[in-house]
Design a protein around this ligand. Structure first.
Ligand code: BES
Ligand code: ZN
Ligand code: ZN
Length: 512
């Protein structure tokens, strides 16, 4: 991935000779928009003409050389960007999202004018912590600047855009907070972009073995312990769920495990991500329309590995174990059939009524194995698990289901802080009853109603009393496109939530 330099500076902004200099402005009721002193005359003029109020996503682009501005700017262009209403920025969640979105709008302008280096003037706003401003602006620009053109023909040299190489955040004050924030934002955004890269690879470009290879690369870079279980290991261990899903495929399955264990006694978080590299539905074949999107069915697994990239860079106090059960779901001659009964790692037998409900089958083995082997303090799994999640919440919120209120509260807070919102759905006996089977211990679908909940009820069966939360990101892993910093295609959903969750972890906060 191309790398963008991210630095904090207090050099005179008037001397910045780069492609784009950015200022922010705020909308105020019956008043001039708020802005920094350097651009007051410009903003006043634009406001008088009715061109600019400072509302969200509003922009003004100037060419200082032509406009004889005083004081003079040396930058090729100046962008003034609306952040929205002043009073809304008093709320830290809204403010963080406003800066992230502003970062996204900056990235869109950067793309349009093919800017290579930019400077952003951090507004001297008393209501927002500098760390948050640095973090969210940096995050928004890096996330918004993402492109995936690996499989497209290279453009002729003169049309080529080499990408954004350098982002400078300018402020005269609070340099340290700003630096800390920019570093955090940069790490989180780059991790999310890595997850997008994995997800953007087609089914023939990213297989279970690619998950294993990438994990091996992470293990070498960050000194994680790596274990990769192959078909033989899975047979020995009795992982009948992932083996059954893999039966119709020519690609070998992998259970990929990375362990980060810091010194000292601490909590351990287990992250499990669905790594279905292509979901055809198997014998219960999906319809052709839109099936190509099922290359994204590994977004949960990508999120988990991408979060480990940030763990490796930040070395948190919390221990983190990541597991990605990975395979594609194909309909080859040996494929698992509706009616087949399989046995999961923990001994539970399951009647496979629909081979398209494969995510829960691979996650069941991964959860049971992960909990037994690593005795984590708590577990979070993430999966593009059910179409019903889209029916319920559309493409704006992920679903969260859990047996532990404290864990949900932490995840929800992390989701709010990162602009990855989630909404809790219930679990309970009534729903678990829907997956009772007449011929096995459970069955892999629960009927027409409450599809997201019955899928989670299946997983719940394998976590026992361990605090656990399940994120169903079927609606948000892609098509989560209303934000300036999330381009079309995979969003990287979950990566930044996990990073924030880990950063703000307090030992003992989620007890067994
Ligand atoms: N990967 C799909 C879920 C999905 C569908 C994610 C659309 C994103 C967009 C999953 O494996 C699946 O096929 N689930 C079935 C379950 C059903 C057979 C009980 C579904 O949701 O239709
Ligand atoms: Zn499926
Ligand atoms: Zn699937």
């Amino acid at each position: 991935m191309k790398s963008t330099r991210l630095t904090v500076t207090q050099k005179n902004i008037h001397d910045f000779k780069g492609d784009l200099l950015v200022f922010c402005a705020l909308k105020r009721e019956n008043q001039l928009p708020w802005c920094d002193d350097e651009i007051i005359s410009l903003v006043t003029h634009a406001h008088e003409l009715g061109d600019f109020s400072g509302k969200e996503d509003e922009t003004l682009l100037f060419y200082p050389e032509q406009t004889h501005m005083t004081p003079e700017f040396s930058a090729k262009r100046v962008l003034i960007l609306g952040l929205g209403a002043e009073e809304e920025l008093a709320d830290d969640i809204t403010a963080r999202e406003a800066f992230r979105k502003a970062g996204g709008v900056i990235a869109q302008t950067v793309e349009k004018i093919k800017a290579g280096n930019i400077m952003i003037r951090i507004p001297t706003l008393a209501i927002c912590p500098f760390e948050d401003m640095g973090e969210c602006l940096a995050e928004g620009v890096v996330l918004g600047n993402y492109r995936f053109d690996k499989y497209q023909k290279e453009k002729p040299e003169e049309e080529q855009y080499k990408g954004l190489k350098d982002i400078k955040l300018f402020s005269e004050q609070n340099q340290n907070e700003l630096k800390k924030g920019a570093k955090k934002g940069g790490i989180a955004a780059r991790a999310a972009c890595l997850a997008r890269n994995m997800a953007n690879e087609p089914g023939n470009g990213w297989t279970a073995s690619d998950f294993a290879a990438h994990a091996s690369h992470l293990a070498q870079t960050y000194k994680f312990k790596l274990s990769v279980l192959n078909t033989v290991d899975m047979k020995q261990l009795g992982m009948g769920g992932i083996l059954a899903v893999n039966q119709g495929s020519t690609e070998p399955p992998k259970m990929v495990i990375l362990e980060y264990r810091p010194a000292g006694k601490n909590d351990t978080l287990l992250l499990v991500g669905k790594g279905i590299t292509f979901d055809s539905g198997g014998v219960s074949l999906k319809q052709a329309l839109g099936m190509e999107e099922m290359k994204y069915d590994m977004c949960g697994g990508a999120a988990v590995l991408a979060a480990m990239e940030a763990v490796g860079r930040e070395k948190p106090k919390l221990g983190v174990v990541a597991i990605v059960p990975a395979t594609d779901n194909m309909a080859g001659g040996g494929a698992v059939k509706p009616g087949d009964i399989i046995r999961h790692y923990d001994g539970t037998t399951s009647e496979i009524v629909n081979t398209d409900a494969e995510g829960r089958m691979i996650l069941a083995d991964a959860l049971a194995y992960g909990i037994k082997t690593y005795s984590p303090t708590c577990v979070v799994d993430i999966a593009t698990l059910t179409g019903a999640a889209i029916m319920g919440l559309g493409h704006h919120y992920s679903c969260v289901l859990s047996n532990n209120d404290a864990l949900v509260q932490r995840l929800d807070a992390a989701g709010k802080r990162t602009g990855e919102p989630m909404w809790r759905l219930p679990l309970g006996k009534e729903y678990s009853k829907q997956i009772e089977s007449k011929v096995a211990d459970i069955k892999n679908i629960g009927g027409k109603s409450a599809g997201t909940i019955t899928a989670a009820a299946y997983l719940e069966h394998f976590v026992g009393k361990t605090p656990w939360a399940h994120l169903d990101i079927a609606g948000t892993a892609w098509n989560f496109t209303e934000k300036s910093y999330i381009p079309k295609g995979p969003s990287g959903m979950g990566v930044r939530t996990f990073i924030d969750l880990i950063r703000n972890w307090e030992k003992g906060a989620v007890g067994a």
